[in-house]
Design a protein around this ligand. Structure first.
Ligand code: TYD
Ligand code: MG
Length: 454
């Protein structure tokens, strides 16, 4: 019989039977804590011989109508939710403290409430007066949102049950506590138990719940990642503190496409929607300069253009630096290796810095060619023409692979005034776009043609 796991990782939620300093699941250090008095974990008793009831089975043909959705009239939020809020769904909104989660959700609450959806906003972090002050700053005082400042989940559930709202926002899940769980608020057991209560409540009573979760890198507060498995939708609110851009990213969505992003700008009066992110991300671009390349990317269902910046300089260190912001460090190492092995362009003895402008984070492999172009442009000290966008995946052999949605990327680039694109051979028919398209089969050809070397 399996032993009841009594330790779990705050970062990834993996369960263990004994404590260790490093989580085997995600590799994080010092994130494993003991679960005290876990009320909702797997049971420790065996099933025994008592029989359960028979479950009704259906076949796959059963017709399901798409879920009805409530729009918030914040277009960027609705987009990330997959077209609006689905009734009885549970949503987790995670993000660093101070990034703007409470601001976003108070604005969303006001919009849903103005649209006629009964909305309750429960703050466990701030007093009602503080929330009202923020509402005044955001000019939302007229919205019929009901506020509560409470952390006792039993009281909250009782209130939600009698009020029967359409939407309840819980800010944040780390402040909630259940009297049946014998550990401090914010511990993994409390967070997991509270999220379990709230998600089952959502399904049972047909109330949509949005849970706010703080993420901290050092694992001090139990990360909301243990909650990710329980909810229907996980959204992350990201951005650099120094930048005004904020990106709401769907990382899991049972009711819509994952990887969709919504873009906002933090202003003095709350979050403003950015309906044309490409224009925003490129707005700070100056004259064409070496190392700067515009990547025509796709985020979810929407094309987004952004600028990649590279700097390559002789290194004073025996171990040259490789620093990446907004992209994957492993992928950068791969591209440097391919440039060296297939095109004979070494980066040994050179420091390499790569930055995605505007605080964007890119995960698409289609950025490979734009990264290679930025690195080469920086290394050769030669700027690419200002009216050119670049995209395409690079394989280890140095071949270029076509990227999905070529047509969409080109259309967006054209809309923003670009006239030519460098892309892999073999993309879909591109007649209509009117862009000058320079298609290449491999990286060596690209290096030869664009930088006259190779
Ligand atoms: P907040 O929503 O409290 O963040 P979180 O809930 O994720 O911890 O937002 C905090 C920051 O946002 C704070 O530093 C102030 C800034 N802010 C603005 O710039 N403009 C605004 O209108 C508001 C309400 C906040
Ligand atoms: Mg907050």
């Amino acid at each position: 019989m399996a032993k009841n796991p009594s330790f779990s990782c705050a970062a990834c939620g993996a369960s263990f039977t004994k404590w260790s300093g490093r989580c085997d699941g995600c590799g994080e250090w010092n994130t494993i804590t003991e679960d005290a008095g876990l009320s909702t974990g797997p049971g420790s008793k065996s099933l025994g011989s008592k029989r359960g009831a028979t479950v009704t089975l259906t076949d796959l043909r059963a017709e399901e109508t798409p879920p009805p959705r409530t729009q918030s009239s914040m277009g960027e939020l609705d987009r990330v939710l997959g077209g609006g809020l689905v009734p009885a769904s549970a949503i987790l909104v995670g993000g660093d403290p101070g990034i703007g989660k409470s601001t976003l959700l108070l604005q969303a609450a006001a919009q849903f409430a103005r649209g006629g959806l009964k909305t309750i906003y429960v703050s466990g972090e701030e007093a009602s007066a503080q929330v009202r002050m923020r509402a005044r700053r955001l000019d939302l005082t007229d919205a019929p949102v009901q506020l509560a400042a409470e952390t006792n989940l039993r009281n909250i559930l009782t209130t939600l049950e009698s009020e029967a709202p359409g939407l309840a926002i819980i800010d944040s899940i780390q402040t909630m506590w259940l009297d049946t769980v014998d550990s401090a608020p914010g511990s993994v057991s409390q967070v997991r138990a509270a999220a379990h209560e709230l998600t089952t409540f959502a399904k049972r009573k047909g109330v949509s719940v949005i849970l706010v979760g703080h993420v901290t890198k050092d694992g001090q507060i139990a990360g909301p990642r243990v909650v990710e498995h329980m909810v229907d939708t996980v959204l992350y609110f990201e951005g650099e503190r120094g930048h005004q851009f904020r990106i709401l990213r769907a990382v899991k969505n049972r009711f819509g496409p994952a990887d969709e992003i919504g873009v906002f700008e933090m202003t003095g009066a709350g979050l403003a929607e950015v309906t044309n992110p490409s224009a925003l991300f490129l707005s700070e671009r100056g004259e064409p300069s070496p190392g700067s390349v515009v990547f025509a990317g796709i985020e979810g269902t929407r094309p987004v253009l952004c600028e990649l910046q590279a700097l390559v300089a002789p290194s004073p260190h025996s171990q040259p630096r490789r620093t990446v912001v907004g992209w994957d460090g492993g992928r950068l190492a791969m591209i440097l290796a391919v440039l060296e092995a297939r095109c004979g362009i070494p980066f040994t003895g050179l420091d390499v810095y790569l930055n995605v402008a505007g605080g964007m984070k890119i995960s698409e492999p289609a950025a490979d060619l734009a990264v290679a172009a930025a690195l080469l442009s920086a290394r050769e000290d030669s700027a690419l023409p200002a009216d050119t966008v670049v995209f395409g995946e690079i394989s280890l052999s140095g071949a270029l692979r076509p990227a999905p949605q070529t047509e969409n990327r080109l259309k967006e680039a054209q809309k923003l005034g670009f006239t030519s694109a460098i892309a892999p051979k073999g993309g879909k028919a591109l007649g209509a776009s009117g862009m000058k398209l320079n298609q290449m089969g491999d990286l060596t050809g690209f290096v030869g043609e664009v930088f006259g070397a190779g």
